[in-house]
Ligand binder design. Structure first.
Ligand code: IFM
Length: 454
């Protein structure tokens, strides 16, 4: 099995960007080094029962020390781009000024990537809020949206020369809803009113940071990354269709509608007003909905929803026999294609980058090799789903596999492996898996084809 696209595919053009992605807390380690402050995830990992096997991010993939080796690894995969995130607690001191030692790390990393001719896609917030800001209410405190703007201003001034693409936030749904509504991610609060207010403040922070990023980095593209799963109804029954609509509204539309249409889904006003943010000030929606250069979309799976007598929906398994990954997520490339085409029909969207897509597999290292056949199939099928969406008219400009290497998978700790590269957490040895080799070969073949054409 290899990764292939039809010869005529626009995704084979050299202008389409392929990359691999990671995030700071998931790979860097060195959580007490060079003045890095505590983040909400450091604190959350210490709470008993919150993270599988009590894992934490103190060492992770030791990328803070092994970054040079990791750049070679990225290069060896033949990708065009690398997507990473900046750790806010590493680069900004508690008094709000720059931490030069933390910034030095990113300057070295990003300039080495530039030298290696790898485009840099940087996310400012991939969930690691400084704990001292959480102590002052975290994303429930509107003032922290302005703190984010200050952070964006300082760090983009420092790094402007090295960054091709800035994303303000990664997956506001996860930061706000998993962290403040469901309590399964840091900081672990669990109320709809918290989740939706936190989401509003995150979207506001995004909007506040946009003009600052544009001023400091006029040549870079600026956008945001949303995660979306495709929702289905468990049956054709009206009540299950209602459950599907609520899931789609609360998980997807709640985040994209304010960005593109300057409003939260109107249906919530009557169907579930408790899921609307209580405090939205005049002018907020205009700030949130300023134009963006690109929309990042992360896609992994779909979900199925049934009527629930006291809740808006209940999550059920697909009634058909389907394939799952090691994290129990249904493999559904057709849903990816549908989701992309639906969004294109629903909204006037900026160009889209698929900023994450990948599979968790129960990989094992045997004779220095990892035979992750399921991940190769997953990548093939999902890249082809993107191709079908492009053929249907969706403007998609890039695809990033999640993840470069195995890493800290949040509440699942190190138990779930998403990497194209296997990490032995005892020795920190990296081994390119069969999927990494298949992705590399696919990209080499594409380069070969585009050289033949010119
Ligand atoms: O590992 C995460 C990543 O941090 C955000 N998107 C989903 C991935 C897999 O769960």
């Amino acid at each position: 099995m290899s990764i292939k696209l039809p010869q005529t595919s626009l995704m084979l053009a050299s202008t389409f960007t392929y990359g691999v992605a990671t995030a700071a807390f998931q790979i860097e380690g060195a959580n007490n080094t060079d003045g890095r402050l505590e983040s909400i995830w450091d604190r959350f990992c210490k709470q008993p029962g919150k993270v599988k096997n009590s894992d934490d991010g103190s060492l992770a993939c030791d990328h803070y020390n092994l970054w040079q080796e990791d750049i070679q690894l990225i290069q060896s995969l033949s990708v065009d781009a690398y997507r990473l995130s900046i750790s806010w607690p590493r680069v900004i001191k508690q008094n709000g000024t720059i931490n030069p030692l933390g910034v030095r790390f990113y300057k070295q990393l990003l300039s080495a990537l530039k030298e290696a001719k790898i485009q840099t896609f940087v996310t400012l917030y991939h969930w690691d809020l400084p704990q001292h800001l959480e102590d002052r209410g975290g994303w429930l405190n509107r003032e922290n949206s302005f703190k984010f703007r200050e952070y964006a201003d300082l760090i983009s001034t420092e790094l402007a020369d090295y960054v091709d693409s800035w994303a303000t936030f990664n997956e506001p749904f996860c930061a706000a809803i998993l962290g403040y509504e469901q309590g399964i991610h840091a900081p672990g609060l669990a109320e709809p009113k918290y989740g939706r207010q936190a989401a509003h403040h995150i979207l506001l922070a995004h909007g506040l940071a946009l003009p600052v990023l544009r001023k400091n980095a006029p040549n870079a593209q600026v956008g945001i990354v949303l995660n979306m799963n495709k929702s289905y109804a468990a049956s054709e029954k009206a009540e299950d269709l209602f459950a599907e609509l609520m899931r789609e509204t609360l998980d997807n539309q709640f985040f994209i509608e304010p960005l593109i249409k300057a409003q939260y889904p109107q249906i919530l006003k009557t169907a579930a007003p408790e899921y609307l943010p209580a405090m939205v000030l005049e002018g907020d929606m205009e700030i949130i909905s300023q134009p963006i250069d690109f929309l990042g979309l992360n896609y992994y799976t779909c979900n199925h929803n049934a009527f629930h007598p006291t809740d808006l929906f209940s999550n059920v398994k697909n009634s058909q026999e389907v394939e799952y990954t090691d994290i129990d997520w249904e493999v559904a490339p057709h849903a990816f294609e549908e989701l992309l085409i639906n969004l294109h029909k629903q909204y006037d969207l900026p160009p889209i980058y698929i900023t994450e897509n990948g599979a968790a597999c129960a990989d094992t290292l045997v004779n220095d090799e990892v035979d992750d056949e399921q991940r190769v199939r997953y990548l093939h099928d999902h890249i082809n789903a993107v191709n079908n969406a492009i053929d249907a008219g969706v403007d998609i400009r890039g695809y990033f596999a999640w993840s470069l290497m195995d890493n800290f998978e949040w509440a699942e700790g190190y138990s779930k492996r998403f990497g194209l590269v296997y990490v032995d957490y005892t020795t920190q040895k990296r081994t390119i898996k069969r999927s990494g080799k298949a992705y590399r070969d696919f990209l080499l073949n594409r380069k070969h084809l585009s050289e033949q054409k010119t």
